[in-house]
Design a protein around this ligand. Structure first.
Ligand SMILES: *Cc1c(COP(=O)(O)O)cnc(C)c1O
Ligand code: SF4
Length: 350
């Protein structure tokens, strides 16, 4: 369905049909060959069979983390440009296969924080529930690329041990649904899980961490909005966008639908070399977000996961970028630059 189909005569966006997003998941691009073809990129590496490919060039091996790119996300990339900032987040490169000292499978201590099946409880008053291993896009820099999820994603029926922990810990006031991506759960599965959380008296706030509204904006359907609006919990949404080019008209409309429904929306980004490590890129991202009434919350230092070293930006450079942003943007449009350090009581400011 095109955006023209969705526009009413007044040019207002109307929400997508409830199941459109499932088609987007089913039809997502799952190979480098398909992605190359769609973007008009060369399908063979120049230089012949004996040449050593440059580390940053495309690698048709997936390094244990399959390619998964929704077509509507790929459509926001510049055709023919191997350095496109959206493409670089999702296309495997030879650099992923290079071992770099200091980059590990569990860089943020998640395995130690795994207090109950599917629950990470590191910080006061809030705990994070891993709802599913599935995502709406596979980001090459993600620390979860090496996380030992039980295979094939959905835990569906198996939330009881996580819920038991949440019930028992009366010091918790907030539950964070994370993953993977919780909005890859069906509306019915999400409704069932939220209902269980609503049944825990001491929980007053629900936070959803999702990249789906960015990559597959049709996920923000009527059913989701209505369910969240009907909750007795205060619902906050935290989306994940790294570059202004990710926010096209459909995505902006999806963000606005949530804000219009009274759901505060925050954004977190990861600082990524070659993707958003310039003041211009970060500035235009913040502007695109605040134009949709989304607050830039965190700019994360890259977690040092094996295979992602080529994305790293030094903290000194990151701090310089934040200082430059402060001189260009309203205060609320400048994200907090943070790092996740195993054993700390909160994210640590850099
Ligand atoms: C990041 C994170 C949170 C949320 O932290 P905030 O600073 O409140 O956004 C909660 N639990 C875990 C395990 C996290 O990694
Ligand atoms: S958890 Fe988030 S960052 Fe990681 S692959 Fe999924 S969508 Fe991308």
């Amino acid at each position: 369905m095109s955006s023209m189909d969705l526009a009413d005569p007044a040019g207002q966006q109307v929400p997508p049909a409830d199941d459109d997003w499932l088609d987007s998941m089913r039809l997502a691009i799952r190979s480098t060959t398909e992605l190359r073809r769609m973007l008009g990129l060369a399908t063979t590496i120049a230089g012949g069979p004996d040449s050593t490919p440059a580390e940053t060039s495309i690698d048709d091996e997936n390094h244990g983390f399959p390619v998964f790119v929704p077509r509507e996300f790929a459509a926001r990339m510049r055709p023919g440009d191997e350095t496109d900032p959206l493409l670089m987040q999702v296309m495997p490169t030879h650099a992923e296969g290079v071992e770099v000292a200091g980059f590990h499978a569990d860089p943020v201590g998640d395995l130690q924080a795994n207090v109950a099946p599917g629950v990470l409880h590191k910080y006061a008053a809030r705990a994070l529930v891993i709802t599913t291993g599935a995502c709406g896009v596979h980001c090459r820099y993600c620390f979860r690329r090496a996380f030992p999820y039980q295979e094939s994603g959905s835990r569906s029926q198996a939330y009881e041990p996580s819920l038991a922990y949440l019930r028992e810990r009366r010091d918790l006031e907030e539950v964070i649904l994370s993953g993977g991506d919780p909005l890859t759960m069906t509306d019915a599965a999400l409704d069932a899980l939220i209902s269980k959380i609503e049944g825990i008296e001491h929980i007053g706030r629900l936070r959803i961490h999702s990249r789906m509204p960015i990559v597959i904006p049709s996920r923000v359907n009527r059913s989701l909005i209505e369910r969240l609006r009907a909750s007795r919990l205060t619902v906050w949404m935290v989306v994940h966008s790294n570059h202004a080019a990710e926010i096209d008209g459909e995505t902006a409309a999806a963000l606005q639908r949530m804000v219009d429904a009274g759901i505060p929306v925050l954004n977190q980004s990861v600082l990524l070399r070659g993707v958003n490590d310039s003041v211009e890129d970060l500035e235009s991202l913040s502007r695109a977000l605040i134009d949709c009434r989304v607050i830039p919350y965190y700019l994360h230092q890259l977690d040092r996961v094996a295979g992602a070293a080529h994305f790293e930006v030094s903290p000194a450079r990151g701090r310089e970028l934040i200082e430059q942003l402060e001189s260009r943007l309203p205060g609320f449009a400048v994200p907090r630059y943070v790092s996740e350090i195993a054993g700390e009581k909160s994210k640590t400011r850099l």
